[in-house]
Ligand binder design. Sequence first.
Ligand code: RP5
Length: 176
Amino acid sequence: MNPNTQTQVTQTLTGMPPVVGVVMGSSSDWDVMQHAVHVLKQFGVPHEARVVSAHRMPDDMFAYAEEAAGRGLQAIIAGAGGAAHLPGMLAAKTTVPVLGVPVPSRHLHGQDSLLSIVQMPRGIPVATFAIGESGAVNAALFAVAQLALSDPDLATALNAYRRSQTKAARQMELPR
Ligand code: RP5
């Protein structure tokens, strides 16, 4: 693994400041979190993706959260596995909405991640999504829906995406 990976920032739409931040506790989360990035790319949402580990780089995590609003982020999609405190700790330091994605863990298959993220005490909310790829995709779609409230073109694209799912479902065939 490239030793610089931990501090690399993937600016996927160059020239436009990101409005959604996708962060994860480890590069090992990328297999899951890349699905959130794929959706944001699909909708043309300016975003960034980077590793921000709560327990390995806590100062960076706090800085990321503290700077999020000032940098124009409107949502932070945060994926983590195991004792997954990244989404909650980010939410503790920013009022930018945090969307938590539980990453499947080696021993408990992500149930630990899910419970760690979803069981936030009252007062500091984290919107928690399904374990794994579906959660990553839905977190990105949720961010798109939030942005679409003030972006008619994005709303049109989101409605078209929904219609394409309906069309695909209607064309589904079962084995004879
Ligand atoms: C968490 O620990 C990460 O979010 C990851 O899911 C898990 C394991 O990290 P690695 O040991 O694979 O780097 O912080």
